[in-house]
Design a protein around this ligand. Structure first.
Ligand code: PLP
Length: 370
């Protein structure tokens, strides 16, 4: 016999998902309504408007992909790239690598800017690659590289790609609602994020937004988008326009949860939320350093919400990480790629970004040291 579902009450301080607010969990248990019910259509309109506000954009083509962040990534790339198009991609961690894989599957010619994991892509790096590829269709960057904890400057690079006649695409999965992100001011043409990080909603949805320039590029396509599900020319009518037509069945309960998490963000205020992530990070940093942890990323390029740290010498990271989970119910993330077995990725995102979370983690570590 299978037993009733009964999971542990974890404290989520890894690279996502983060803890969800009880209001979000309550919204998720709201009785179902049909996805074409006029009430649900109004809810979709509200969600779209709240996503525009949290992205700081007026873009009309703003909606939520019914699938996780990787599907948001794929939505941007499969719609904006056609076979033979040239794209420049910053690769300084796992997610730039994933973008490259998808872009190659689209038949695009990829120019990678490869940097050491933990470093950022600089203006000089972009200028160099623009000498080899002077007219890219797209330049893609990961704003917050979750595999390393590096925060990529975006604004400085935006003008470079636009002056070259290209568009700027940004992965904001880990930065959205946690660090400064301004889609219109930074002139970002295509952006996607996820729900499970600083928004503190359940995983499985991907808010996206496209500028008028990107919409124009979609309209000028010569070939069909190779993915039916992610083809914006089909899905966009489901999330807007005068005629709401069936495209797929939206994950109704997840959209309820997303709506509540967005309401919470707007009640707090975006700037206050960015400030909270930074303030809690400063406390966590001081306490970790006192215990002998060392940061992977240089201070000026560090993400406040995802702390990548080397453990003090001689510590078995997997052993301690598993003990934290088993004995203290605290989840932190291990390293990826070359950093597997070497670093921890400690997330303080959304509802998991409180002094209480920091104190719980630090007390558990001190307790284990005794
Ligand atoms: N991009 C970044 C920066 C991420 O951190 C993640 C997930 O952790 C993704 C993309 C993919 O998102 P998902 O796992 O929701 O598909």
């Amino acid at each position: 016999m299978y037993t009733e579902l009964n999971t542990s009450n974890r404290i989520l301080m890894g690279p996502g998902p983060s803890d969800a607010h009880p209001r979000v969990l309550k919204a998720m248990s709201t009785p179902l309504i049909g996805h074409l019910d006029p009430e649900f259509v109004s809810i979709m309109d509200e969600v779209k408007s709240m996503v525009q506000k949290t992205f700081l954009t007026q873009n009309h083509l703003t909606f939520v992909v019914s699938a996780p962040g990787s599907a948001g990534m794929e939505t941007c790339l499969v719609n904006l790239l056609e076979p033979g198009d040239e794209i420049i991609i910053g690769v300084n961690g796992v997610f730039g690598g994933r973008m490259t894989d998808i872009a190659e599957r689209c038949g695009a010619k990829v120019h990678k800017i490869e940097k050491q994991w933990g470093d950022i892509i600089t203006v000089e790096d972009v200028k160099k690659v623009l000498n080899i590829c002077p007219k890219p269709k797209l330049l893609a960057l990961v704003h917050a590289e979750t595999s390393t904890g590096a925060l990529q400057p975006i604004k400085e690079i935006s003008d470079l790609v636009h002056n070259a006649g290209g568009m700027l695409m940004v992965d904001a999965v880990t930065s959205y609602c946690g660090v400064e992100l301004r889609v219109d001011d930074w002139d970002i043409d295509a952006i996607y994020t996820g729900t499970q990080k600083c928004l503190s909603a359940p995983p499985g949805l991907s808010p996206v937004s496209f500028s008028d320039r990107a919409v124009q590029a979609l309209e000028n396509r010569k070939t069909k988008v190779q993915s039916w599900f992610l083809d914006l020319s089909l899905v966009k009518n489901y999330w807007g326009g005068s005629k709401r037509a069936y495209h797929h069945t939206a994950p109704v309960s997840s959209v309820f949860a997303l709506r509540e998490s967005l309401r919470i963000v707007l009640e707090e205020g975006l700037e206050s939320r960015w400030e909270r992530h930074n303030a809690v990070h400063q406390v966590l940093k001081a306490k970790l350093e006192k215990l002998g942890f060392k940061y992977l990323v240089e201070e000026q390029h560090r993400l406040p919400n995802l702390n990548s740290v080397f453990l003090p010498n001689g510590n078995d990271e997997a052993l301690i990480r598993n003990k934290l989970l088993k004995d203290y119910n605290i989840e932190v993330g291990g390293g990826l790629g070359d950093f597997a077995g070497k670093i921890w990725r400690i997330g303080i995102m959304g509802e998991s970004c409180t002094l209480n979370h920091v104190n719980m983690l630090i007390s558990a570590l001190e307790d284990m040291n005794e």
